[in-house]
Design a protein around this ligand. Structure first.
Ligand SMILES: Nc1ncnc2c1ncn2[C@@H]1O[C@H](COP(=O)(O)OP(=O)(O)OP(=O)(O)O)[C@@H](O)[C@H]1O
Ligand SMILES: [Mg+2]
Length: 366
């Protein structure tokens, strides 16, 4: 069965003045996917979404929704549902009227409107609030109503621009769970904008990582986390320890890296690094094992250090270890173990060459 492409961006570019804020953006989004645009503030996420929504026209490139060319097509002819960061409910309308609005515009018969509104209020689990006004709702409830309003017309595409960012942490998580459930239940193709990497990992079938208007990588959450295409992608997603060094040798799928703390071995992925080159070396805290004795394990990277700081964080404990040249954060998972590591205590770190990420170093200084 051939896959249906719901959205396609072909070489999309947008400038504001001389500033290129979206640069040669290419992507094909399949029906039912939830694709996240992820990146730091100002990287062009909203601008791209606005071009898909029809609020902005690209300077270059082509945009297709369901196979139809959309350049120049007004927003209201694009069959979209949209939710923004700041909820945009009409204050003078009840929840019911807010949700019904898009159907009324489409001249849907009254009885059918009532059916559809009630159904979608059920989906977001707020049927009992139909008669309230927006100001009588909590922030989370308002966002759920905004989502209901976007869904009620059964759009072919749902566009969400940081819909959770004004909410507190707990509510954010709740609504994130609910959005995932909704997205899977309804199967609506969704583009979700966020600068929260955890939200992106959690919700997406694929993530587009953007940096200064450029696509750094497009991939599944697993790819983005485990096979980052660049140092930017690696450091933007998840925590990582950075060390610096130079490539001593590269052969047989293995790299030897010289650092102030000794030689580090890395399994070579597709890194474009060669002998003598200055590199940034990264190891994620959760891939490092910590022991109080030197186990002398062969074929792993080993480093001696002293404990600086431990922090209990519920599901795991974080431990900062000073190795002389680098401070390394280690994430200890087994919360049942009692990590009573004293400051100043000597410890031994081990991690596999497979867990080492190596990128060419751009700044030649330390
Ligand atoms: N109308 C405009 N005129 C000029 N520059 C603009 C305009 N809109 C956006 N920009 C600039 O384009 C760049 C991208 O903006 P955009 O709103 O797409 O960023 P974003 O990734 O959504 O950021 P945030 O996470 O802060 O919402 C920014 O540098 C911004 O200042
Ligand atoms: Mg934005």
């Amino acid at each position: 069965m051939s896959k249906q492409i719901d959205v396609e961006l072909k070489n999309i570019q947008k400038k504001f003045g001389a500033n290129i804020v979206v640069d040669r953006f290419d992507i094909q989004i399949e029906k039912g996917e939830c694709v996240t645009f992820l990146g730091p503030s100002g990287c062009g996420k909203t601008t791209t979404l606005n071009m898909i929504a029809g609020f902005l026209e690209p300077d270059q490139g082509e945009l297709y929704i369901k196979g139809k060319r959309m350049n120049g097509v007004p927003s209201n002819k694009r069959d979209l549902g949209m939710v923004f960061q700041t909820y945009s409910l009409f204050p003078h309308m009840t929840v019911f009227e807010n949700v019904a609005y898009g159907l009324k515009l489409r001249k849907v018969p009254k009885a059918e409107i009532a059916d559809k509104v009630n159904k979608v209020l059920g989906i977001v689990k707020l049927p009992h609030l139909a008669d309230r006004y927006p100001k009588q709702l909590s922030g989370g409830q308002r966002q759920r109503i905004a989502i209901a309003r976007a869904l009620v017309t059964e759009p072919s595409l749902l566009l969400l621009d940081e819909p959770l960012s004004n909410l507190d942490a707990k509510l954010r998580e709740e609504l994130r769970d609910e959005m995932k459930r909704l997205q899977q239940e309804i199967g609506v193709t969704t583009i979700f904008v966020t600068h929260d990497q955890e939200e992106a990992l959690y919700l997406s079938s694929r993530i587009v990582v953007l940096n200064h208007g450029k696509v750094e990588q497009i991939g599944t959450p697993w790819d983005i986390y485990n096979r980052p295409a660049s140092e930017f992608v690696h450091t933007f997603i998840g925590k990582s320890n950075r060390m610096t060094g130079t490539v001593e040798s590269s052969s047989n799928g293995a790299l030897l890296l010289k650092t102030d703390a000794g030689t580090i071995r890395a399994a070579s992925r597709d890194q474009q690094v060669s002998a003598g080159e200055a590199v940034s070396i990264y190891v994620r805290p959760e891939t490092i094992a910590l022991y109080t004795e030197d186990r002398g394990t062969a074929d792993v990277n080993r480093m001696k250090g002293t404990v600086k700081l431990t922090s209990f964080l519920g599901a795991h404990t974080e431990c900062e270890v000073e190795t002389g040249s680098f401070t390394v954060t280690v994430r200890l998972h087994d919360a049942r173990q009692n990590f009573t590591l004293a400051s100043g205590q000597q410890v031994y770190l081990e991690w596999s060459p497979e867990d080492v990420f190596v990128f060419p170093r751009e700044d030649e200084g330390q």
